[in-house]
Design a protein around this ligand. Sequence first.
Ligand code: FAD
Ligand code: MG
Ligand code: MG
Ligand code: MG
Ligand code: MG
Length: 550
Amino acid sequence: ISSGGLIVYAECNVDSNEKVVQKSRSDSGKKKIVVLGTGWAGTSFLKDMDISSYDIEVVSPRNYFAFTPLLPSVTCGTVEARSVVEPVRNIIKKRSGEIQFWEAECLKIDPENHKVLCHSLVENLVGENDFALEYDYLVVAVGAQVNTFNTSGVLEHCHFLKEVEDAQRIRRTVIDCFEKAVLPGLSEEERRTNLHFVIVGGGPTGVEFAAELHDFVHEDLVKLYPSVKDLVKITVIQSGDHILNTFDERISSFAEQKFQRDGIEVLTGCRVVSVSEHSVNMKVKSTGEYDVVPHGMVVWSTGVGTRPFVKDFMEQIGQGKRWILATDEWLRVTGCPDVYAIGDCATVDQRKIMEDISTIFEAADTDHSGTLTIEEFQDVLEDIIIRYPQVELYLKSNQLFEVTELFKDSEGNEREEVDIEGFKLALSHVDSQMKSLPATAQVAAQQGSYLASCFNRWEQCNAKPEGPRLFGSAGRHAFLPFRYRHLGQFAPLGGEQAAAELPGDWVSMGRSTQWLWYSVYASKQVSWRTRILVVWDWTRRYIFGRDSSR
Ligand code: FAD
Ligand code: MG
Ligand code: MG
Ligand code: MG
Ligand code: MG
């Protein structure tokens, strides 16, 4: 404890704190942080970490960061694979060599002994492939893996769009499909099958890929393969009623109309039950009938799942029954001190206000009168909102601008004070406003930099807690909990058109939005090198078209 920091997490159990103190894991006397993963969350954490106070070791099976929002563009050669990746060693070299990187995969987390077991994927390595690292703090930022929902044939016959290698493979396969379709001796039916591209999943990634592919086919490939240009077909299979159903309705119907004009078939309300080498078997929900669709290539893009070694870790710490690793609002893994999880591999378990309602009431009732006056409540409201953001959402969505309105009785009369039962009633619907955060780069990056700022200010905050009152336990928390700021989201729809949903319920669609997309994605690049490469790729495509060699 003397070396600072740990008291902040007074909520964690004390035994484990002692355990950490016994083990000084680095020669410098600094605490050692091991980071797993170099994606959006991990990289943003590393970029914001003040390395003077910690020893940092990073483990990832890929020695680069991939700018995933541009992967759909890589599938069609609009942007080159090299332009969307940045070597991790480039990112950390600016940190004067204090951050160490190991290219390896974590196989197991051993929270009991504060250790991770890793395995280098390099084949024919001279020496050992396996090694163990000890940590004082562990940051798990390993992202998620594709989810096949145990659908048979998916692993064997579908492409995924998750990694850079996937995008490169898709690009080669698209071109192969055209080369196959023009071979002599094929029937028209066979040519059609080879040129039927099926996308399973109508979320942002599937839709963007469909749009990219449509542009690639109609702007470049039909000129090179004129004999088969009328045989190409792109189909999006979506189990829900609409594509892009996480977006505003206006965007979702704009996308559907654009796809209809472009001749991209959208099959909604269909669930794929199996995939074989040349066909997709699906169930039409409305009729209950099965339908077989022949295909040349399938891209599977339906949601994400937990990595097996994370699942194993969850079982060790009593989270075995959950689908996804849970953290509290400070991004600490629930049930496991000193381990943090950020990005797609975890979800923030929002605290329900109803669980704490009695302690809040007691803490707020400063005169112990057994009733809460409006003034007493207003005193704690700010701290409540920090910990339970759903209260603010509830007030907003019910257009309540004054707390007094919460205190109204069942007849709508204002009350000066409420007892515990009245207080419970007033807040009883608040928890219905809780929303889990989406699995996006935006969330991952914000979590990474939030966590870095906590580590950076650890000692200072520990001395002077600035955070919200923690109802129930005395005192304040040293840090504000993580709060996500939604900056909007884009859906590129091909043909130089895009749709965007911006904060403040603002929706914009069309060509100008595509320009906004170009500028936002250029500015979000991690380095000037990739920024210039990406902008050059866009320019090159504009002048010369896409490259169609495989
Ligand atoms: P990742 O970025 O996936 O990083 C995980 C890291 O962990 C990787 O470095 C990986 O190599 C490493 N790793 C994996 N296994 C291990 C292991 N065993 N041990 C150690 N390290 C390991 N989001 C948006 O906000 N906007 C978009 O436009 C957008 N477009 C997308 C397009 C595509 C095609 C895809 C696939 C995703 C897109 N996303 C987008 C989502 C976004 O990419 C993810 O939400 C984001 O990558 C999550 O970040 P992360 O750090 O949690 O995981
Ligand atoms: Mg990461
Ligand atoms: Mg990434
Ligand atoms: Mg998450
Ligand atoms: Mg009182």
